[in-house]
Write a protein that binds this ligand. Structure first.
Ligand code: AMP
Ligand code: FE
Ligand code: FE
Ligand code: ZN
Length: 278
């Protein structure tokens, strides 16, 4: 599979089960030549992945997946070519990290009120010092027998509208796009097929969106075609990836199954260069 890229991958820095180094090993095993690490609201896994990437001859693009607020709903925004040492970026991300930790306390409290006697410590076993989220709660629920699997934990307890669900603070979209741009990055709408309203992407363009994810493990072929046509028509860059979280989190592993050609990566890069010239 040489000459293919996967620009949407998670590690133990957020809710994935592979460490950054293990991820790169898995990526090398399936023969991808370029990837991006896009953990939720953190860049803590980027540098370890880049180091492992140099050893394995895999190009690692620094990335992040921000949970942002737009028109009253949650949108996931991918940032690529961001500077993982930028102090403003790190400061903003750390604010959202502590918001995530407080939210987990409220979720555990609600779950306990419903008879799921897990503790915050049970969740933190899975989160470690990474960006804590619902998949970690899900794994604690499975371990203590309150769900059969991670997807089952979401269906019963953690999905929106279920008893353990607590929303979380989100960065407003315009600020999130600015944050990505100020460190020289490009901003991409993640899995647009999962958005509640399709006209949301159109309104994101107003704030300087650079691209959309055409290929994604939650997109069927029709969606892929639709977003491909839309990107070409509007001049948005096309990206894509598996959104693999490693073994045991989602229904499948997806690694190596949702890839894009390197030409798409080059075009994404040229958008970044275009920005630097301004
Ligand atoms: P959070 O950011 O804490 O709200 O958690 C969201 C994450 O949970 C997503 O990025 C997915 O990794 C995961 N997730 C969401 N829905 C499901 C589901 N039905 N089954 C398994 N994982 C899910
Ligand atoms: Fe996730
Ligand atoms: Fe996402
Ligand atoms: Zn993701």
């Amino acid at each position: 599979m040489s000459g293919r890229a996967d620009l949407h991958l998670h590690t133990t820095a957020s809710d994935g089960t592979w460490s950054p180094a293990e991820l790169i090993q898995a990526v090398a095993d399936v023969g991808l030549s370029c990837i991006a690490v896009t953990d939720h609201d953190t860049v803590a896994g980027v540098m370890e992945a880049q180091e492992a990437g140099r050893e394995h001859g895999v190009e690692v693009i620094p990335g992040v997946e921000l949970s942002v607020e737009h028109s009253g709903t949650e949108v996931h925004l991918l940032g690529y070519f961001i500077d993982p040492t930028d102090s403003t970026l790190l400061k903003t991300l750390s604010v959202y990290q502590s918001g995530r930790a407080q939210r987990i306390e409220r979720m555990v409290q609600r779950l306990r009120e419903h008879g799921c006697t897990i503790t915050v410590d049970d969740v933190m076993v899975y989160a470690g010092d990474g960006s804590v989220g619902r998949p970690h709660v899900a794994r604690a629920l499975v371990q203590h027998g309150f769900a059969d699997s991670v997807p089952d934990a979401f269906a019963r307890w953690l999905g929106e509208g279920r008893p353990g669900y607590v929303p979380r603070d989100r960065l407003p979209l315009p600020e999130a796009i600015q944050l990505i741009h100020r460190t020289g990055g490009v901003a991409v709408c993640a899995h647009p097929g999962l958005l509640k309203a399709t006209d949301l992407v159109e309104s994101m363009r107003v704030y300087g969106l650079d691209g959309i994810e055409v290929v994604h493990s939650a997109h069927d072929l029709r969606m892929q075609q639709r977003f491909n046509v839309y990107a070409i028509k509007t001049g948005l860059a096309r990206t894509g990836g598996s959104d693999s979280h490693g073994p045991g989190v989602k229904k499948g592993l997806y690694l190596g199954e949702y890839t894009i050609p390197l030409e798409w990566v080059e075009r994404l890069k040229s958008r970044r260069r275009g920005k630097e010239q301004h």
